[in-house]
Ligand binder design. Structure first.
Ligand SMILES: Nc1ncnc2c1ncn2[C@@H]1O[C@H](COP(=O)(O)OP(=O)(O)OP(=O)(O)O)[C@@H](O)[C@H]1O
Ligand SMILES: [Mg+2]
Length: 476
């Protein structure tokens, strides 16, 4: 019994010693040396420079790939560098260190070598001969795609604008850094819809092979439709920031003719968002020199054959007035509705703008929404921002604004009825915009400085058209 107790105490001390010291690591190293002796290996060297002393691009790619691996932390010696962003620290492998990577259940060792005499660096890959045939090609492919992903994330996003067509100017696009702070997370929209859009975008990014197999241009087109101030432009900024894609904002009023539009498209780069805002204001209207067929060809993407991975986004306020040929499958793949605020959207805004998850005035707000009051997220957001020091005051202001909206809509309806009976002219006839022609306007304007409000109809929130039936969902 005594011996038994002694054995337990001794083994617990031994265990503590093993865990506290590096004995486990030492044993692992010995085991690896023993294992290495049992296999035949193939070595591949990736030098930093080729024979003409030009930089070997593969070396840069492998370096970036290896430094991104979590197991870099496990190497005996690692350098720490500050990154581009504040608080960012990058781990960089030191010379003559070994990194062990795992790929398709095979072990791949990388040794970061530096020649003592010349100082030239190279990376040496060591894989078992048994695994060579199976993993070499896919592994190198994997390194390429991880590198591309990392580069894409690091890239500075730029906003391109088409300038007037002046002969002395080189190229039609001018660019500035894209610094819009919107992210996909800050956009207020139905959570289910947001997830669907997000996974649609992510699927698109991964579908290179799929599009190639089908012989289709690797592009996807989205139509964002809804009243003013519902977040369409903000959504575009959020997508650009999420995907790290450049944004090409096409101003159709500056396009001189159809071939100029083709030229603009040809001068866009891969991994970009090509945006035409307020498309409805250009269709069948003289504000652009581009014809309908010019716009249709642009949307079809036959001129984007020289590039890949582009997302086209068109915004409109009302899609009912748009020629159906413009919206046909292939030209527009996904329709996304941006509705005016309902109570759920209001709660999201109250949470993000005022930090309120609940409040005693919420039931009152819900009640007014049920009477059919409508304001855009922009309008409600603006009231909240102006009153953010007092959440209760902010909510009371929202309630007042919603009341004014309900009363104005009722007054508008009444005026329309009178107009139909021939006694009074409607707001449309007088040229005033919506509710602001009524007395309530001054109170309303006092609450915040927004001038535009339009009512919207309830439309399906997310529609994949017939070309994408599997994914289609109608929210109505
Ligand atoms: N759904 C939303 N989520 C987050 N913010 C929003 C949303 N809708 C509007 N906003 C805010 O309102 C302002 C105006 O929105 P935005 O410009 O995106 O509207 P829009 O739909 O593009 O309007 P328009 O049709 O007039 O161009 C932005 O500052 C944005 O922050
Ligand atoms: Mg907009």
């Amino acid at each position: 019994m005594f011996l038994y107790v002694i054995a337990i105490i001794a083994s617990s001390f031994l265990l503590k010693f093993v865990l506290k010291t590096s004995l486990v690591q030492i044993l692992k190293k010995w085991w690896r040396l023993f294992e290495d002796g049992c296999y035949v290996y193939q070595f591949y060297r990736v030098p930093q420079f080729n024979h003409n002393m030009q930089e070997n691009q593969l070396y840069r790619k492998v370096c970036t790939y290896l430094n991104s691996l979590p197991c870099v932390e496990d190497s005996d010696f690692t350098n720490l560098f500050s990154g581009d962003k504040s608080n960012e620290i990058n781990l960089v492998l030191d010379s003559n260190q070994i990194v062990v990577d795992n790929f398709l259940s095979a072990r791949v060792c990388w040794i970061n070598e530096q020649d003592e005499n010349t100082g030239l660096k190279s990376l040496v890959m060591k894989i078992r001969k048994n695994d060579k045939r199976r993993i070499l090609q896919p592994y190198l492919q994997h390194i390429h795609s991880v590198f591309d992903e990392i580069e894409q994330r690091k890239k500075e996003v730029r906003l391109f604008l088409n300038v007037d067509n002046e002969p002395q100017r080189n190229g039609r696009w001018r660019s500035v850094p894209f610094t819009h702070p919107a992210t996909f997370e800050t956009i207020v929209m139905d959570a289910d819809l947001k997830n669907k859009v997000k996974s649609d975008l992510e699927n698109f990014q991964k579908s290179k092979q799929y599009y190639h197999r089908l012989g289709k241009v690797w592009k996807r087109s989205y139509l964002l439709y809804g009243p003013s101030g519902t977040g369409k432009s903000t959504f575009i900024a959020g997508v650009a920031n999420m995907l790290n894609y450049d944004v090409y904002d096409v101003d159709l009023s500056k396009v001189t003719d159809d071939s100029d539009l083709k030229m603009l498209l040809l001068q866009t780069t891969n991994k970009s968002l090509i945006v035409i805002e307020d498309l409805d204001s250009y269709l069948g209207n003289k504000s652009t020199a581009v014809s309908l067929s010019g716009i249709l060809n642009f949307m079809d993407g036959i001129f984007s054959c020289c590039g890949e991975e582009r997302i086209m986004i068109f915004t409109v306020n009302n899609k009912d007035q748009i020629d159906p040929t413009v919206l046909r499958p292939g030209r527009i793949d996904v329709h996304i509705h941006f509705p005016l605020c309902d109570f759920n959207a209001f709660k999201s805004l109250a949470n993000s703008h005022l930090g309120l998850k609940d409040h005693k005035l919420f039931p009152q707000v819900e009640e007014i929404f049920q009477t059919g009051a409508v304001l855009s997220p922009a309008e409600i957001g603006e009231i909240m921002i102006s009153n953010r020091s007092s959440p209760t005051r902010a909510l009371k202001s929202v309630i007042s604004a919603l009341h004014i909206n309900t009363e104005s809509r009722a007054a508008n309806r009444h005026a329309r009825r009178l107009s139909e009976s021939g006694s009074v002219r409607t707001v449309e006839e007088t040229g005033d915009s919506g509710i602001f022609c009524k007395d309530g306007v001054r109170d309303f304007k006092k609450l915040y400085g927004l001038l535009r409000i339009r009512s919207g109809r309830k439309d399906p929130s997310f529609e994949f058209d017939t070309s994408d039936k599997d994914n289609s969902r109608h929210d109505n």
